[in-house]
Design a protein around this ligand. Structure first.
Ligand code: GDP
Ligand code: MN
Length: 349
């Protein structure tokens, strides 16, 4: 029905509010973005993609985290991109600084070696704090305590298909723990000792290793396992994640990251949160509780995915990406190893 607009006196359509018209149940979930003030416009671009492809019909809240206070321009800029509730949180110093047991002189020497070898972010201290934060602390921020699920978003990412169902509710309904889009080979120089340290942890804590884990994602030789196999460098790209916060808060994961932290590799090497999350998901969680969102078209420079089924995604206005360009088909993708670990043909086969 039309309603009278007070100001103009004209009969107008009522405010159209897509999320209010969506009667489906929601999960207890939020978008989470760790981001800097100077990444405002890139953050707004990510939000524009996600809001128009999905969240305008669901209204999940946005949580922004920063090691510095957010400035007013940032707050105003991102608020204007969503009708959802928005939270801004300043990360405490203890989650973004050197623990006392780290030898900072040695850390600086190791950084210099990486600079000499032109390792990407090799000389950056902030990058290391960021990776350690995403590995150990993001899920411990008080604002996230009241949520069960999160969707990680970085500035400058893109979504090229409509998402016409609720991935959070999907995760919950199907008993999933960790969802990814892109899997690929890690740059080994940044995580030289991480595989061995992880094996050492598994020997100390066999009770944390799931029976039907996804070891076939990490080890190619099918006659070998975690202790005698070599890591193929496959990992999930953590700039996209839809996951369970309860899993990161669980004893296996908390024990694992504490063990990793004390080894010092976040600073002496350049351990990424992507391989850390990947090892934990692949080893502590049964394989069937990990989900490949191959129906989500996602881009984080320089890779993007695109669903392959033309009838479901491309002949009906849902997507504007090119299936033949999907990174899943690329030799550098590890998605085939993941489908191998599932014991199924890959989604594109
Ligand atoms: P890359 O994807 O590995 O190239 O790393 P990014 O530069 O995209 O950083 C990963 C995520 O951490 C992004 O969401 C960044 O916005 C965020 N980030 C990186 N460094 C910092 C930092 O020093 N402070 C804050 N607040 N966020 C950071
Ligand atoms: Mn990034």
């Amino acid at each position: 029905p039309l309603v009278m607009d007070e100001k103009s006196g004209l009969l107008m359509p009522p405010e159209v509010y897509p999320a209010a018209l969506n009667p489906f149940k929601r999960a207890n979930a939020a978008f989470v973005a760790l981001v800097r003030n100077n990444e405002r416009e890139a953050m707004r671009n990510s939000m524009r993609h996600l809001e128009s492809r999905f969240n305008r019909r669901y209204n999940y809240p946005w949580v922004f985290l920063n090691d510095e206070p957010f400035d007013d321009e940032f707050k105003k800029g991102v608020r204007s991109m969503t009708r959802s509730e928005v939270f801004f949180e300043h990360i405490p110093r203890k989650h973004w600084s050197y623990p006392s047991f780290i030898n900072q002189t040695y850390a600086a020497e190791e950084r210099q070696k990486m600079v000499d070898e032109h390792v990407i972010y090799g000389g950056s201290e902030s990058y290391r704090h960021m990776c350690r934060f995403n590995s150990m602390f993001f899920f411990q921020q008080p604002i996230l305590e009241s949520f069960d699920w999160y969707w990680r978003v970085e500035p400058g990412v893109e979504y090229w298909c409509d998402i016409d169902y609720d991935p959070f509710v999907f995760m919950e309904a199907n008993n999933k723990v960790y969802g990814f889009v892109i899997a690929l080979y890690e740059y080994r120089r940044t995580v030289e000792s991480l595989w061995d340290v992880t094996r050492e942890f598994a020997r100390l804590h066999p009770e944390h290793i799931a029976d039907n884990n996804a070891i076939r994602f990490l080890v190619d030789d099918r006659n070998k396992g975690l202790q005698d196999g070599e890591w193929n460098n496959c990992h999930f790209w953590s700039n996209f994640e839809i996951g369970s916060l309860k899993f990161w808060r669980s004893k296996p994961y908390m024990d694992y990251v504490k063990f990793l932290d004390e080894k010092g590799g976040f600073f002496y090497e350049r351990w990424g949160d992507a391989p850390v999350h990947s090892f934990a998901a692949a080893l502590f969680v049964p394989q069937e509780q990990i989900h490949n969102f191959y129906d989500i078209s996602y881009r984080h420079n320089p890779y993007s995915t695109c669903p392959q089924n033309r009838k479901l995604f491309h002949d009906n206005g849902k997507c504007e990406c090119y299936p033949e360009n999907s990174f899943d088909l690329d030799g550098y993708s590890c998605v085939r190893q993941w489908w191998r670990s599932a014991g199924k043909p890959a989604h594109y086969e």
